[in-house]
Design a protein around this ligand. Structure first.
Ligand SMILES: Nc1ncnc2c1ncn2[C@@H]1O[C@H](COP(=O)(O)OP(=O)(O)O)[C@@H](O)[C@H]1O
Ligand SMILES: Cc1cn([C@H]2C[C@H](O)[C@@H](COP(=O)(O)O)O2)c(=O)[nH]c1=O
Length: 225
């Protein structure tokens, strides 16, 4: 029996990497898949992981009917055993319903990957529908950390280095934690993953660095004896 599985976690936790690993493993095992994405950071119709893996994919724009697309492909002679759907938070609820229909009526597995909530902590409509319809929800094993060391559960949007709480739900962009940690200038719009406490306090890494007093330095060298 086919399944609709939603793999979710904050930005930068390895979703696209797992999507491509899963596709590779299934193909090596003799199954045929269809890769789909929506508004990948690379700007092209592809699934791209920060680890460097890249594969071309069907771009799921608003106008795409996933049910019709898959039925046309099958009647044209293609074999499809599974779908890998990255950036699924950007799919419309109607498209998520089409994915569920593909699972139930065509017995094709659908592996969807995406973030649950936006920079204001509100659910993306596509993710909400996935939570409602999925056979299973899988939480990612790699857990990014907030600057404080706690597990990062929330996505923050930054502008000029500070957290912003207003704006369009969709603004494609990348995480800036590495550039921030290296003291490089912040881009116009970036993202940073934070624990809930620091998301609520709007305290991202740059703000914390600017406002928190430095830890007192220990006296002398540590004693390793
Ligand atoms: N140089 C690196 N070495 C090892 N792992 C890395 C490196 N750069 C990025 N990663 C891993 O890649 C993950 C991001 O992968 P990606 O699939 O792009 O995430 P997502 O799709 O969830 O945003 C990071 O959490 C980290 O574990
Ligand atoms: C929080 C949030 C994110 N986005 C965008 C930014 C990225 O392009 C993707 C997430 O990609 P990832 O593979 O999970 O890193 O979503 C957005 O448009 N709006 C938001 O609020």
């Amino acid at each position: 029996m086919a399944d609709l599985i939603f793999f979710t976690g904050p930005m930068d936790c390895g979703k696209s990497t797992l999507a491509l690993q899963l596709d590779h493993t299934q193909r090596v095992g003799g199954r045929a898949g269809l890769l789909c994405t929506s508004q990948d950071r690379s700007g092209a119709a592809r699934i791209s992981s920060r680890l460097g893996l890249v594969e071309s994919a069907v771009e799921v724009g608003d106008e795409v009917d996933l049910w019709t697309h898959v039925v046309h492909a099958l009647t044209g002679g293609a074999r499809i055993d599974y779908l890998v759907c990255d950036e699924a938070q950007f799919y419309s609820p109607v498209q998520i319903d089409q994915l569920a229909r593909i699972v139930d009526e065509l017995s094709i597995d659908v592996y969807a990957f995406g973030i649950l909530s936006d920079f204001r902590t509100e659910l993306f409509p596509g993710s909400k529908r996935l939570v409602e319809l999925a056979d299973r929800i899988e939480t990612m094993q790699v857990q990014p950390l907030c600057w404080c060391g706690k597990r990062a559960t929330h996505n923050a949007r930054t502008g000029g280095g500070r957290m912003v709480t207003e704006g369009s739900q969709v603004v494609v962009g990348d995480t800036t934690s590495e550039t921030a940690a290296a003291g490089e200038p912040s881009p116009e719009v970036g993202y940073e993953v934070l624990c809930r406490r620091h998301h609520r306090r709007r305290m991202n890494r740059a703000v914390a660095q600017a406002t928190l007093s430095p830890e007192p330095l220990p006296f002398g060298e540590p004693d390793h004896a």
